[in-house]
Design a protein around this ligand. Structure first.
Ligand code: RP5
Length: 185
């Protein structure tokens, strides 16, 4: 049984983008923001994971560097808009998660993107090495991080949503069963 009705998930301000919560649908609880359209191929995994749990969410391209005012406005207004968790992905000198965390007390989950120059080590360090006072929960580089950030968002939301918690246990159970059933020939 799904907790919320998921809606289509694509970055809003991309060529293929749209707002995720249409009239009549539940308001999005999770915002997935990413520094560039080029991050979407990775971050679609976060969106797909949230969809699997039936969680409404909004995906946006927002850059801390190229659109600083948009980053400030969106992060400052996120709580008032009803978001409960932010997933922020960026690559290179990856400041997006830190900038978001500076403007909201909502949990911000940072996903470092794999970069051409340093394979994502630059993204990882600039996301994870927050000075004390403004936390960013940082995940693995690339697809595993995108998926786990979404699962962590589910875990946060599940604290006050028993049905979602049950879904998360079912997800774990399915993983466990898959491993147990695996035969090496
Ligand atoms: C960051 O710069 C983005 O998050 C992306 O990972 C990286 C490269 O962006 P593009 O040059 O591909 O737009 O801001």
């Amino acid at each position: 049984m799904k907790e919320k009705q998921a809606s289509k998930a694509q970055p809003r301000n991309s060529k293929i983008g749209n707002r995720q919560s249409a009239i009549g649908n539940p308001p999005p609880l999770v915002a997935i923001v990413m520094g560039s359209q080029s991050d979407w191929d990775t971050m679609r995994n976060a969106s797909e994971t949230l969809k699997d749990f039936g969680l409404a969410h909004e995906c946006r391209v927002i850059s801390a560097h190229r659109s600083p005012q948009l980053a400030a406005d969106f992060s400052s207004n996120a709580e008032a808009k009803g978001f409960e968790v932010i997933i922020a992905a960026a690559g290179g000198a990856a400041h997006l998660a830190g900038v978001f965390a500076a403007n909201t007390t909502l949990p911000v989950l940072g996903v470092p993107m794999k970069s051409d120059a340093l394979n994502g080590l630059d993204s990882l360090l600039s996301t994870v090495q927050m000075p004390a006072g403004i936390p960013v929960g940082t995940f693995a580089i690339g697809k595993p991080g995108a998926t786990n950030a979404a699962l962590f968002a589910v875990a946060i939301l599940a604290n006050s949503r028993p049905r979602l918690r049950e879904q998360l246990w079912q997800f774990r159970k399915a993983q466990d069963e898959k491993i147990r059933a695996t035969k090496i020939s």
